[in-house]
Design a protein around this ligand. Sequence first.
Ligand code: ZN
Length: 132
Amino acid sequence: MKRRALVVAVAVAAILLVLFVLAVPLIRQARRGAQRNVCLVHLRQITGAKASWAMAENQPADAMPSWADLDPYFYGGTNAMVCPLDPNGSCVTSYEIGRLGRLPRCKIMPHEHAFPKRARVVGMLIVVDEEE
Ligand SMILES: [Zn+2]
């Protein structure tokens, strides 16, 4: 009887181990995707703040805003504008604002936290052209 209980316990432990080993990469992948999405939302918000600032301040098309210029255009200021992979950083360490009409850039993961290469800024929007 005790031997049978031991066999069942070992089988259950083996099944749990297999499930755990299968789940870990999926959880990591989901976490990376979520972090990327948060960063892309920040990049969209920076693009919108740049356009709002340009309209409010009547700026030329190639003007270069600073974080202080954009601060009033973020709900809660620029403090929330931090890449999820830069938890102790700030907007300055996380993002490069860029000129008007240019996409802002994540400094932490510039290749993974980026819009497709064919993305461009149109006013307050980020437009991604269809692939041909
Ligand atoms: Zn990022």
